[in-house]
Design a protein around this ligand. Sequence first.
Ligand code: ZN
Length: 588
Amino acid sequence: MQVSLDENSHMYNGSSKLIYWNNSPDTLREVFFHLYFNAFRPGSEMDVRSRTIIDPDTRIGDRIAKLSPEEMGRLTMGVFTQDGKPATMEHMGTVLKVTLAKPLLPNKSTTFNYTFNGQVPIQIRRSGRNNSEGVAYSMAQWYPKLAEYDLRGWHADPYVGREFFGVWGDFDVTLELDSAFTVASTGVLQNPSAIGHGYSLGSKPLKRPAGEKLKWHFKAEDVHDFAWVADKTYIHTTEQVPDGPLLHFFRKDDPDTKEVWDQLPGYMVRCFQYMNAHFGTYPWPQFSFAQGGDGGMEYPMLTLILGKRRLGGVVGTSVHESIHSWYYGALASNEGQYPWMDEGFTEYAGSCVMQELFPKPDEDPHASSITGYRSMVNSGKHEPASIHADHFKTNKAYSNTAYSFGEMFVYQLGAVVGEKNVEQGLVRYFETCKFKHPGPVDFERVMEKQSGLELDWYFNEWINTTRTLDMGIRSVMGVNGGIRIELERIGDQLMPVDLRLVLRDGRILDHHIPLSLSLGSKNDGSEHFEFSLLPVWQWTNPTYSLDLPVPFSELRAVSIDPLQRTADMDLLNNMVEFPEGAEGFAKP
Ligand SMILES: [Zn+2]
């Protein structure tokens, strides 16, 4: 792809040669491209959605409706040929349909040659020019991007708001723009000695004067998108992760950002080291953190983040966005269909990394995911996690599902299969599914193999329904010199149960009640704590009763889910305490 940008008109022209392999068993007669910049035009699907949803993203609101012709975005395909023959095109807003000149058979390749031209919109969402901190060009979702074809056919989703799904490819991109701009990009710069700008230690200067044109040549292998950002006042530094990628940092030359950004490289080296050790090895040679965009957004080998924030904000955003490299970048699930598999898993790992960088020993780093999930349920806006990201009725339901539910879903799995199985299973998931676009069933299969348990019930009901969990203690009585405990399932959602007895002498006796549907239990040392295994809870039974040989007079308290790892909606019925002389407890 060869592209030149004119900073006076904010227009760009490109030409591209794309070699496309049909790895599907189907004969393809058409292909689809995304033309994302057409979302930034009055009347677009993104514009209308933002003006009609009840809780619009404040970054968009009605701003698209008010754009002047010079401020709008545009992306238009020019001439398109397939193996030298012209193909028919149909522009449909943010989607382009190309009817092929000749069908593309399975396991064959074809070559597309095409030109395109576009106008960079003022920054509305994610990409655009002149963002709120004055970064000149945030160039994300900017070129005609081939849509993904898989088992369910084409995924040419229009650009309404939510995120991305793409085709694996090797990119070779030349960007031509004024020599005063410093560029951060997906990929590895191929001509650093001709560029300077902090990419080369040779004779070329950090800053170049305006007025000439420079051609930046980048290559990126095994990525599903290509983004870049350019500004004339960037300060560019690098930091090497030992046994890992080279990190690049780009911030505008501004005393307001210096103190925080000077500390960022040290934290990010530790983030990459922790991720490599605990979640799988980062697979590309570099990663760039660039001030740009409108908050934080992930791209292959690049993130655009707002820079004028306090240390915790910049580090927290940088941790989250760089961890997307593992989930959005390398695993690359369909984010429209399964947004929780990207944001939720990224949040899960991010909570572990933040606990490593800013330890709070008394705090469970994942607890907020359960709080966020409960807040959505209690708001009445809860929808199944299986809904497409653009089709949630509210932005709240989307974001609580993608971020909070997703993290909770992984964390809560620890209560089912054991914490060590989750830790090891996440590495196994990364290693077996990277570069394969996994869906929920792929994660389920990895976790079933890791734990030896059946998990269909967990993946079916928690992902596809809005049923909620509420387990409760129904009664605790002294019987025949021991105690009898009766539990009940009040909510419709299923879970195995952790049961804790606290004795008057301070001893803690932990027990686990497996769910019959799992056909086994986390009984293999896969927890970080000891427990006694109790008979299974047959899932069709709404109650569960057991006798334990502990004198009632020695019992101080009984609780279920004592570590609070499940999304139980009512905690009040999870614990009973007995003052001296108490005779038992029965639910009124
Ligand atoms: Zn994210």
